[in-house]
Design a protein around this ligand. Structure first.
Ligand SMILES: [Ca+2]
Ligand SMILES: [Ca+2]
Ligand SMILES: [Ca+2]
Length: 457
């Protein structure tokens, strides 16, 4: 959220074929397969003691005679490649082949950086699934099966044997995900690898539970038990004077409104060299609300649905700061920044030089998203474990950082990890300044909307 003149392009993330960032996820909710078996088992035996008109108190007599659970439903179409249909996108030189099947007649054969992908829709968000399958390789390089675009970094298992073996792993869908792409892929080497008999099944509910949220379904001022305000001219020589009035609830949303106003700067000091006090007047106002001292959390997953401005002169953000040490050694996570036509997702921590962070940044041009993208609400998530932090947009990974890399330098709090301490959340709309750009052609008032904030742990 602090200005800088350079960013690095992460370049780590490639979005797969036919998967545009803005594709809206369908809201189909897959029935939990086990839910279909919830009818209670009735005891059809007549009671042996017909004298007793009291309801039986000994319920141990009704032994659970329920049959075993049915086998889990495989959510994949054509899981053994037996049909020559379109359920699998077989690409890059991979092909269905006969005579090397683990089951049936057909399997998938992949060589160097190719394979098969299947889009699975109708998944439930925040739910654990298990992917299993069989694979083998004819060379030194492994075959793999995996999942991606499910709301986390992609995950996969490898097959290194020359004979078919089975392997599996479970994964959790993100809060914004009702779909995923399952794949069989050979990550390198020219020798052939094979996969067959894949299975994607429901495993369990996620163990994430809601720890804190604001749905912004009230009217008027934001909840003072959840939010506090930054006041005045705060950072980056931005134009806006932050004040409480510009943040309010309306129609189920938090509205942060950038306005034109003109009034004296109460802190004006003629001759001052500090930009906060050298300005004689306030020309624009906005709000920055934060949970500092009200709610701070460490590890978990935050989900924020918001509609950005994407207008020159504006800089809306969803971000966090650590509670101990001063910036940047306290750690900063920019879950969302939107300025100069870009969406940014950044991590920052301390170096050997005061006020000079290490940035792990990524930026994405809104013009590369689907048309009208900025006119819609979108969902940002930040997944935070002891090992890493990952920022997602509509279930797609934008940036990730390993916490083994985020150790402060000597400037302050040396050797400490600013992402292994509680953080608080900030939502704000900045105007002007080096990042936001000129407000000359900006129509006021301008609104940044947030539908909800949900934090799970
Ligand atoms: Ca097969
Ligand atoms: Ca990164
Ligand atoms: Ca709402």
């Amino acid at each position: 959220m602090f200005s800088r003149t350079l960013w690095t392009i992460a370049g780590l993330v490639t979005w797969g074929m036919g998967c545009s960032l803005g594709s809206s996820s369908t809201d189909l909710k897959l029935e939990n397969p086990r839910d279909s078996d919830t009818s209670p088992q009735t005891d059809t035996e007549a009671p042996t003691d017909t004298q007793d008109t009291e309801a039986p108190t000994d319920t141990s007599a009704t032994v659970d005679t329920a049959p075993p659970d049915p086998p889990p439903v495989n959510l994949l179409a054509n899981p053994g490649f037996e049909q020559a249909d379109t359920s699998w996108n077989i690409w890059g030189g991979a092909q269905r082949v006969e005579t090397t099947a683990q089951e049936g007649t057909w399997s998938i054969r992949a060589t160097n950086h190719n394979g098969a992908e299947q889009l699975v829709e109708g998944l439930s968000p925040n739910t654990r699934y298990r992917l299993s399958g069989w694979g083998k390789t004819e060379g030194d390089t492994p075959m793999s099966i995996g999942v991606k675009f499910h709301g986390h970094n992609q995950e996969r298992v490898l097959f290194t044997d020359s004979e078919y073996t089975e392997n599996s792993f479970s994964f959790t869908t993100g809060f914004a995900n009702t779909s995923a792409i399952v794949y069989a892929y050979k990550p390198g080497g020219d020798a052939a690898g094979y996969a067959d008999n894949l299975s994607l099944t429901y495993e369990s509910e996620s163990n994430y539970v809601l720890a804190w949220s604001d749905e912004f379904n009230g009217t008027g001022a934001v909840d003072p038990n959840k939010w506090a305000f930054e006041e005045g001219f705060v950072r980056n020589e931005e134009l806006q004077w932050y004040q409480a009035e510009n943040a309010f609830q309306e129609s189920g949303y938090l509205v942060i409104e950038g306005r034109t106003e003109s009034r004296p700067n109460p802190n004006y000091a003629p001759g001052s060299t500090d930009w906060r006090t050298s300005r004689s007047t306030i020309e624009h106002t906005s709000s920055s609300i934060r949970t500092k001292d009200l709610f701070e959390w460490q590890y978990g997953r935050i989900v924020v649905r918001a509609k950005v401005t994407n207008l020159l002169g504006t800089w809306p953000a969803i971000w966090t700061l650590g509670t101990d040490c001063s910036w940047p050694s306290n750690g900063e996570v920019d879950i969302m920044e939107n300025y100069q036509g870009n969406i940014l997702a950044n991590f920052a921590w301390g170096t050997n030089t005061p006020w000079t962070p290490n940035w792990d940044s990524s930026h994405w041009a809104v013009s590369d998203f689907e048309e009208g993208w900025a006119d819609d609400f979108h969902t940002w998530e930040m997944d935070w474990t002891e090992e890493n932090m990952t920022i997602l947009l509509d279930g797609r990974v934008l940036n990730t950082v390993s916490l083994s890399d985020t150790i402060n330098g000597s400037a302050e709090c040396e050797g400490q990890n600013p992402f292994k301490q509680p953080h608080y959340l900030l939502l704000n709309l900045a105007l002007g300044g080096g990042a936001g750009g000129s407000v000359e052609n900006l129509a006021f008032p301008t609104r940044y909307l947030v539908d909800y904030v949900r934090i799970y742990q």
